[in-house]
Design a binder for this molecule. Structure first.
Ligand code: FMN
Length: 369
């Protein structure tokens, strides 16, 4: 669902009404939920400085499962909060672990900007330890050169919008092939569009997986500010739809509603506006490999930002629950070497500028220290 869907549903009259509501609606930006973007870099302790950028990382359903222990000088012990798991769409926590990799990489990129190198000891208690850390980060001041990708951190987004109807620049595709496989072949692109839409429909028409998303929707400024995570449906349009009683959790979970059907149509249009995909796969599917994939994905996302390109993960066909098996197998047959796992698949193209997504403040993620 995006703002465009709702515009279509409601038509011009409602847009006019929404605009007419003036001051109330223009004050609906959830500023509190976006404050972590404003205070990134406003910390004395280099660890907190780096963490204030790390928490801007892309991560599944914006769950932000990171927690940190700062009690030991020069170190950060990083945990994943398992209360924030996504049992239906990510039953093996593979995507959540990739999100943790994005977090570690952003932390490392940010630290380099103030001359610190971070050594990560991954899963120091083993990958099976129920409450063990994801990593221990040790900071060392080395006068390290700043990572050039740092300058794109504040502009990076996952762009969930239609792209311009044009192929991506060949030189950009070549640059990005250092980060991921870039797919531009017309037949393959067409096949991926179909696959990603079919897989998205499975997620939508499987009640428990749809409900997992609906439960994470934050509708309107008050909800987004109270819980700055999940799926953000804030801003004047959603707010007016909410006031009119059109947007609420029941309607969003109702597959027979007009808004749901319109949403599906718009989602298909968005997928159809794709001329290229980026893909990261791996020979192994270990926790360490998933962390590596996350580190690669955020570097790709920053590099696309630097090139004026947008990136949008489309993960449904890669998800490991029984109803998705057919599409999962098809994705692997189409796009992976035998035995490899496709870890990330994203639409790549020229998208519009999109808003920042909410974040929990760093202070709420420090469990000790
Ligand atoms: C492993 C992983 C899987 C994701 N899968 C999807 C997806 O299938 N569809 C989607 O719209 N966004 C997906 N995202 C993007 C997240 O929704 C996004 O990172 C989060 O909402 C924060 O927004 P931002 O990246 O713009 O800061 C995924 C992100 C990660 C790291």
């Amino acid at each position: 669902m995006n703002k465009r869907n709702f515009l279509k549903i409601m038509g011009g009259g409602t847009i006019a009404a929404a605009t007419g509501a003036g001051i109330f609606l223009s004050s609906r930006t959830p500023k509190k939920a976006l404050a972590p973007w404003d205070v990134a870099g406003n910390y004395e302790d280099p660890r907190q400085w780096a963490l204030s950028y790390a928490l801007l990382a892309p991560n599944p359903h914006n769950r932000q499962p990171w927690q940190v222990d700062l009690s030991e000088q020069g170190k950060v012990v990083i945990y994943r909060d398992k209360k924030l798991n996504l049992p239906h769409t990510d039953p093996f926590d593979r995507q959540l672990t990739i999100g943790m990799g994005c977090f570690l990489e952003l932390m490392s990129i940010a630290a380099s900007n103030i001359g610190y190198k971070i050594e990560f000891d991954l899963f120091p208690e083993g990958t099976e330890a129920e409450n063990g850390p994801v990593a221990i980060a040790t900071f060392a001041q080395t006068g390290l050169q700043a990572d050039p990708l740092f300058k794109h951190v504040m502009q990076r987004r996952s762009c969930k919008e239609p792209f311009e109807n044009r192929a991506i620049n060949t030189a950009s595709a070549e640059t990005l092939s250092a980060y991921a496989d870039i797919i531009t072949d017309k037949d393959k692109v067409a096949a991926i569009k179909e696959l990603t839409f079919a897989a998205w429909q499975v997620e939508m028409y499987t009640p428990r997986t749809l409900q997992e998303s609906v439960d994470l929707m934050r509708i309107g400024k008050a909800e987004v500010n109270a819980k700055p995570d999940g799926i953000d449906l804030s801003g004047p349009f959603f707010e007016s739809m909410q006031l009119l009683g059109i947007v609420n959790r029941e309607a969003l979970a109702d597959i027979n509603s007009t808004s749901f059907k319109e949403g599906a149509k718009s989602y298909k249009e968005m997928l159809n506006s794709t001329h290229a995909y980026a893909l990261i796969s791996s020979a192994d599917n270990t926790r360490e490999e998933q962390i590596t994939v996350g580190r690669k994905w955020v570097r790709l996302n920053l590099a696309t930002t630097g090139l004026g390109l947008s990136l949008h993960p489309v993960s449904q066909a890669l998800q490991e629950y029984p109803e998705m098996v057919e599409h999962y197998q098809q994705a692997h047959k189409l796009l992976a070497k035998p035995g490899h796992t496709i870890q990330m698949l994203g639409r790549l193209g020229y998208g519009p500028a999109t808003a920042k997504t909410p974040r929990w403040p760093l202070e709420t993620k420090i469990i000790r220290g």
